[in-house]
Design a binder for this molecule. Sequence first.
Ligand SMILES: *[C@@H]1O[C@H](CO)[C@@H](O)[C@H](O)[C@H]1NC(C)=O
Ligand SMILES: *[C@@H]1O[C@H](CO)[C@@H](O)[C@H](O)[C@H]1NC(C)=O
Ligand SMILES: *[C@@H]1O[C@H](CO)[C@@H](O)[C@H](O)[C@H]1NC(C)=O
Ligand SMILES: *[C@@H]1O[C@H](CO)[C@@H](O)[C@H](O)[C@H]1NC(C)=O
Ligand SMILES: *[C@@H]1O[C@H](CO)[C@@H](O)[C@H](O)[C@H]1NC(C)=O
Ligand SMILES: *[C@@H]1O[C@H](CO)[C@@H](O)[C@H](O)[C@H]1NC(C)=O
Ligand SMILES: *[C@@H]1O[C@H](CO)[C@@H](O)[C@H](O)[C@H]1NC(C)=O
Length: 537
Amino acid sequence: MRRRVAEFRRPIRRRLSYGICFLLGAFSVVGLVLFFVQHNYHQDRVHQHPLLLERNTNVEHFSKNRVNLTEEILTATSLSRQLSEEMVLAKAYVVIAKQHNNFHLAWELSSKIRSSQLLLSKAAMNGKPVTKEEAEPIIKSLSSLIFKAQDIHYDIATTIVTMKLHIQALEERATSATVQSNVFAQISAEALPKSLHCLHLKLTGDWLKKPSLQKLADEARNSLRLTDQHLYHFCIFSDNVLATSVVVNSTVLNAEYPMQFVFHIVTDGVNYGTMQAWFLSNDFKGATIEVQNVEEFHWLNESYSPVVKQLLNSESRAFYFGAYPDVNAEPKLRNSKFLSLLNHLRFYIPEIYPQLEKIVFLDDDVVVQKDLTPLFSLELNGNVIGAVETCLEAFHRYYKYLNFSSSIISSKFDPQACAWALGMNVFDLVKWKKENVTAIYHYWQEQNANGSLWKLGTLPAALLSFYGLAEPLDRRWHVLGLGYDLNIDNRLIESAAVIHFNGNMKPWLRLSISRYRPLWHKYINQSHTYLQECAIG
Ligand SMILES: *[C@@H]1O[C@H](CO)[C@@H](O)[C@H](O)[C@H]1NC(C)=O
Ligand SMILES: *[C@@H]1O[C@H](CO)[C@@H](O)[C@H](O)[C@H]1NC(C)=O
Ligand SMILES: *[C@@H]1O[C@H](CO)[C@@H](O)[C@H](O)[C@H]1NC(C)=O
Ligand SMILES: *[C@@H]1O[C@H](CO)[C@@H](O)[C@H](O)[C@H]1NC(C)=O
Ligand SMILES: *[C@@H]1O[C@H](CO)[C@@H](O)[C@H](O)[C@H]1NC(C)=O
Ligand SMILES: *[C@@H]1O[C@H](CO)[C@@H](O)[C@H](O)[C@H]1NC(C)=O
Ligand SMILES: *[C@@H]1O[C@H](CO)[C@@H](O)[C@H](O)[C@H]1NC(C)=O
């Protein structure tokens, strides 16, 4: 696996031409995302941007006896592909030409782009491939225009920089548009849906009423398997029983030897009984499952952890300034203080599991699709964390997450350093302790007490704490974006060991992205009485 990773990454870095191709690709992808976002998600496939045909394997929407355009576009002689590719280039040059006030060239290019779009969408609607007679004149004139553009704007370095800036601008517009149109998702993400609340009540009832469950839990607590180094250990920190169940179920169902897996779940006090009741009364292929309550981690207190201190402070501030929720309101399922604390537990893994040497961390919004056993034998090359890098597709570099105007950041970090993702990570806990990562984390968390280094989330803190200690993994280990990105390639999703619904459109919400929802829902027991009674599924 290591070797393959290296081969996968290096040529891209070395070769300029690859870089350009990639930029063009990214340009078109971002353009498409934007296109979709701005068209309000109307997924009318017939009127889709013709370029999409290249990426979208969903051509089954065209009736059966038509030409399979996916196949057509993959053939060596495909005219549609040739057209699409030229259009991408031409579009990039429209932007550049306009910037250099070559309005006539920009106009010529745009008009040819329009003709190719027309040709491609006609072909898509009729289910017939583009013919040579139709395509040739357009391809020829586009080629000569592109040639002319290249000749005028010969400075390829400028071209790259210009295009990069445009990609970033487009990307940002896309992001903000998505966030804005997801205001509802954000609101409903904060309040747990009714059906989950119903499940929670039923399971809590079981936990309180059935002493047999408590006895089972006591026995499980003392299992020697929890600290057995020969087994494969996973940790999940969550307050959502259904999401956690999907993570565990998908992991064991795709594993060859699920009996060798141990899951360490940490939740808050409100959900402790719920989690216990669920995991003790359902079948997870013989895997060992431990449930702990974060409120019983007495070592994780104000005097040890700056995070706990900050959380307590912000809570008391909110109280004194009247932002505290009404005391008479119904008791909240999600205690925001412990919710944030659960999010930060990923920085205390060696403290929570002092006897373990290696562990895989899974977010509660992932689905596992492959056997994860090989992750444990990946060579981390002396690093503490294994993670997929995110700077290739989306230019997620350090400067995107951190305030580089601050000298303590700019003096220690490279703004262009490649960022990576949390959510599916493998940790070498021996190395973690040796490198004092938790102490480094505490240092940065204290520096950021006033929010001047970064604002939100745990990723910036992780990027600082694990700087120079992260081993890049093959991207297929962890495919991200299923909670916000409407256009992830189906082949990429299929090849992924872990898919991650990061973003607001979580699969358990009504506002989730319909195309990805079944990937999550198939790991739920649809015939479970409680789930039926609570109308989940
Ligand atoms: C079209 O071809 C692709 C790739 O060969 C295949 O996956 C898809 O099922 C085909 N679709 C139809 C409708 O035949
Ligand atoms: C706080 O945590 C530290 C170790 O992390 C421990 O020694 C101390 O006793 C704890 N204090 C309380 C009040 O629990
Ligand atoms: C970690 O902390 C210990 C004690 O504070 C110190 O002795 C050691 O040198 C530190 N290790 C690193 C790699 O900084
Ligand atoms: C934030 O706190 C740091 C020290 O912890 C200080 O140096 C910095 O000036 C503060 N920034 C702001 C904007 O208050
Ligand atoms: C970034 O850091 C600088 C210098 O410490 C500070 O003045 C500025 O307010 C910070 N920016 C934000 C958005 O906090
Ligand atoms: C796990 O997923 C399978 C289907 O993929 C389903 O049949 C089963 O009921 C699920 N188990 C639980 C405990 O949800
Ligand atoms: C689904 O849940 C029901 C209990 O409601 C149980 O009898 C059945 O075995 C479960 N199915 C699977 C595949 O876990």
